[in-house]
Each structure stands twice: as C-alpha cells, then as structure tokens.
Design a protein around this ligand. Sequence first.
Ligand code: DAH
Length: 366
Amino acid sequence: MAYTVPKLKDFSPAALDKAVEKLLAAIGDESDAVRNDADKKAFRDRWLARKDGILTQVNDLWLKPAPKEAKREVGQRVNKLKAEVEAKVEAALAQKPSAAAESAIDISLPGIRRPIGAEHPIIRTQNDIVGVFKNLGYSVAEGPVIETDYYNFEALNFPPNHPARDTQDTLFLANQESKSRREQLLLRTHTSPVQIRTMEKMKPPIRIVIPGKVHRNDPPDASHSPMFHQIEGLAVDTNITFGDLKGTLDHAMKALFGSDVKTSFRPSFFPFTEPSADVQISCIFCGGKGYRDGGRCPNCKASGWIELLGCGMVDPNVYGFVNYDAKKVSGFAFGMGVERIAILKYGVDDIQLFFQGDVRFLEQFG
Ligand code: DAH
C-alpha cells in the first residue's frame, strides 16, 4: 500500500514521533525502488511537489490544524522532517542506475546490427570465372603456392637457362643451393604447374580449371603486384582441336563480359603450348570502336581490343613429362589473370586497392 499522510487527532510528542517514523520508513522504501530517470522524477514530485506533494500535505494536515499549545512541538518536528525528506530525495536523484537495472534486458530496444561481410572482389571474380567453366563440365584442381623448379618450369618445357624463364620474374626461396635444380623451391609464377600435377595423377579425359595465387618479383604499382591470382584451364582428350579452344574461350568471354563481346586470337609463344595464342576481347568500354566521348578510347588505346589471356594447344613435349601418348591425345590450355578481369569488369583503376583492405573500397562490392 502506498503511503498516505494521515490526519492527526493526537498531537502528543509520542504520537508525533510515531507518525514521523512511519513517514520516514515509507520514503526509505520508496527511494530503494527508484531505478531509472522516470522513477526519479515521479519520486521527487510525489514528495516535494508544491501542490499536493507529501511535504505540502504534512504542512496542511499536521502543522496547520495543530492546537496552539502543540504548535511549537509540531513545528520543530516538521522542520526536521522536511530536511530529512529533502536529503533523501536528493540522494535518490544522484543515484547511478543499479547493476540490476543496467543488466536487465530491454526487449523493446532494436538489436545491434552487425555488418554482413562481402565477398572480396577477387574471390568473387574467381568464382564467376570458375562457374563459367563448371557449367561446361570442368572440375576444379588446386596445387601448392611453393613449387619446385621442375613443376613451375622444366616439366612445362622451359629448359634450364631457356630465355622464356626470364619473362617470369621469379622469387626463389633462400638456401636451396645444395639441392638439384629441379628440386629447388620457388613461389610459383603461374598456375600452369598444376597442369603437370593433375596429368601425373589422372589419365585423359581431363577438363579442369585451376584457380590460385601466384607471385612475381614485380614492384607494386597501379597495374603490378608481387602477388596476384590466375585461373588456368586444361582440356585433354582425343581429337581436341584449336577450334574447340576458340569456341570454349569465345563462349567464356561472352559469359563474363556480355554476348556482344568478340574475341580475336593472335599468334604468340609459350613453351608449353604449340601453337600458342594471345586472346583479345573487343573493348568493353568503347564497344570495339576505338573511340568514345568524341575522343580516343583510353582503355584500349584506341585499338578497339584488350588483351586478356594466353592459350594454345598443349605441346607434345609436355605429354612426354607425364607419360601421355602424344600420338593418341590432344588438348588445349589457357591462363588468365583474375585481377585483370576484375579491373575490367568493375572499372577499378589501381590493382593495389584489392590488397589494402580499405573497407570504403571493399563495401562497394557488397
Ligand atoms: N602461364 C602463363 C603465364 O602466366 C599463361 C598461360 C599461357 C597459361 C598459355 C596457359 C597457356 O595455360 O596455354 O604467363
């Protein structure tokens, strides 16, 4: 029952003391129940409000009606009581929220939203490319980033000291001199060694794509990074022709960049393919025209074409390293840079952005 100020009939000191005691007990209980700011305001108003606050009622019900001879006695007690009530109210207002109130769960509050992460644009691009080939029936193979000279070069038909090795600025592991050359370790410069590792384990038919990290000794700038990603492809079976290679890559480029994109194959050289080709796609920025916005297209340097990947028919010498019969099987291989494709697809102007972990860049791909 909430405390109400009683009317007094008996104004004797003993009766007064009893009434004061009851009132102080009531304010003690009520101040203990104060938890939050709303409680504090209600508590203060109930006890101190000029109009109808408890102290005002004490004045009206105890002091005013007191008989003349008791006035002094009542007045003294009411003054003391006033001071005590004010002190109690002040203490309650200064009170910090209790631990219990703080830990209480307020289910009406909105929850804490945790930002959902986004797939990194390189991983997303890698998955997109792999997805195109999965739809053509290819499986995924992977291999080690720390590779031997044998798998990175020799078995891919780069003989020791062959100048083609110079095109891949290689990071070698230290203290390998005591090993034979083919066993020396390096950071793989391309995903092509996984072609060899797969053919060693499996007989044809083979249709695989190989995503992964590669390293080159290139100083970082807007278009170079010492670490980047490639996706390799390998198809080996009977009667595979250069026409199959062209059809496959033309389809893949259309799937990645849109069906308007054209492909063009130009002769090139890689030790592990013969013949080899560089693949260009028609410029996705100017539609292959070479000019846009009334000027030269800067993306294709006004040529209308963008060079994108290397490919070719697997060199018969390579089959020799994995005990395939070069007279019976034929196949093609290709390799592309994931960053290069992501840069084109998303219009990114600096490869370093992919590796700096800046959330302002990355969250655009959410
Ligand atoms: N491994 C080559 C490089 O990193 C790219 C490449 C070219 C891969 C032709 C291939 C290929 O499989 O057939 O420069």
